[in-house]
Write a protein that binds this ligand. Structure first.
Ligand SMILES: [Zn+2]
Length: 248
């Protein structure tokens, strides 16, 4: 995927987002394939006058977290890394979801949604939390030490909860193992916990994210099918363990 990441025009940013006629009440989201012609993602970011979570100073003044860019950028990177066919598939499903939930689009970490939206949104949750962990909790760490500290802390201590205004714990870990607070293949926080914390703690965070990007999956089940087909028993055992723990 290096050729995509090396392309300066890989992601477009629309700020402040104008009203989308097809999706009237939703202004901040990433279109996977905005032109519908195998293009790259387009991030729509709501104007700071109504979305206080874009800039640090607005967020501080309103006691919210500046999570919009790290969250949406995670979506954009995910969408740009998959094939153009997968991106077109994402576009159809994602815009379909947003359009049919126009009056109540606010999916959340702990609200059941569809398996597709939960799988997609887990990337956004991971991206935003990894960003805040590096920035607020362990700015001293890099690379593998940072990645390991991230999933360990998210499972064992949830230190981010002390730094953010809005933080939903997805599970805890003790010597007896992981106890999920959220479960199910349609719950964003459960997919996040299963892949980016539990699976990552067994196979490595870089491997877990790499497998998500390589898989072209649109749900946890498709991701599981992809990992099953890779012929790596350690990965499959780890994912099956996470699948059981988080009841996915
Ligand atoms: Zn999102």
């Amino acid at each position: 995927m290096k050729h995509i990441y090396n392309t300066a025009s890989r992601v477009q940013l629309n700020y402040p987002a104008l009203l989308q006629s097809a999706i009237p009440s939703i202004l901040t989201f990433v279109e996977p394939d905005a032109s519908g012609n195998h293009s790259l993602p387009l991030m729509h970011i709501q104007n700071r006058t109504i979305e206080f979570r874009v800039f640090d100073e607005d967020a501080a003044a309103h006691q919210v977290d500046p999570m919009i860019i790290p969250h949406e950028f995670g979506h954009a990177m995910h969408f740009s890394a998959v094939s153009s066919n997968t991106r077109a598939n994402f576009e159809a499903q994602y815009i379909g979801f947003l359009a049919t939930h126009a009056t109540n689009a606010y999916h959340d970490v702990n609200k059941p949604t569809t398996p597709f939206v939960a799988f997609i949104e887990a990337v956004g949750i991971f991206s935003e939390r990894f960003f805040f962990f590096k920035k607020l909790v362990r700015p001293d760490l890099e690379d593998v030490a940072l990645r390991q500290a991230f999933f360990r802390d998210e499972l064992d201590h949830q230190t981010l909860g002390n730094h953010l205004n809005v933080y939903v714990p997805v599970g805890t870990r003790s010597h007896a193992g992981i106890t999920p607070a959220l479960t199910g293949n349609d719950t964003e926080g459960a997919i996040y916990g299963a892949i980016y914390l539990d699976f990552a703690s067994q196979v490595g965070l870089r491997e877990a994210v790499g497998l998500v990007l390589d898989s072209q999956a649109t749900s946890f089940d498709e991701f599981h099918t992809y990992v099953s087909g890779r012929g790596n028993n350690a990965w499959l055992t780890a994912l099956n363990h996470a699948k059981t723990t988080w009841r996915i």
